[in-house]
Design a protein around this ligand. Sequence first.
Ligand code: SAM
Length: 185
Amino acid sequence: MRVNLKAQPSCWIINRIKAITGKKELQILDFASGSGRHSISLADPKRKITAVDNDSKKLSSYNNFQNIKTMCFDLETNEKWPFDENYYDIVIVTNYLYRPKIKNIGNLVKENGFLFYETFATGNEKLGKPSNPDYLLKNMELIEVFKKNFNILYYFNGEQFKYKKSLIQRCAMQKKTSPTGDAFK
Ligand SMILES: C[S@@+](CC[C@H](N)C(=O)[O-])C[C@H]1O[C@@H](n2cnc3c(N)ncnc32)[C@H](O)[C@@H]1O
């Protein structure tokens, strides 16, 4: 049997999230969710997943899954994102980068909530696609972008060998508590 490794979720993402439990169901946002490899793996009565992407065809392959709500939306226009801010227990972003709005992703996470980000890094252009620098994180970039409002729990920038060698960056972050007790951005 041939296994499509590209469709396999990132074990790093899945293991991190499965280690998080709460009394209430966890609200998870899978940002630019694509074919839903993470949403589908995580779907569970204890996790309510919102999967957003602008590709309705991809979303239609899992819009009937229990505990997954799919949303077709273009995340790169000036239109306000249709999500509550300071709301999600966990936001995951994988293999997606759009720098003009990257900081806004942090606003969606609630205090003490988590942001898990994994995508390609500079140097990947020597190995294959993506090679456009717009889609490649610079070393330490996730830390620089999010450190004001997040504590950095884990950071990695280097090679991975999943189905082929690539250069990636991973960062696990937990949102700080606002000093005033008010939600902050
Ligand atoms: C490389 S795929 C990654 C999908 C998924 N996160 C994963 O790791 O399997 C990038 C995804 O970003 C989505 N995307 C690209 N531009 C977008 C936009 N403007 N608004 C919403 N989604 C977008 C694409 O449709 C695609 O599904």
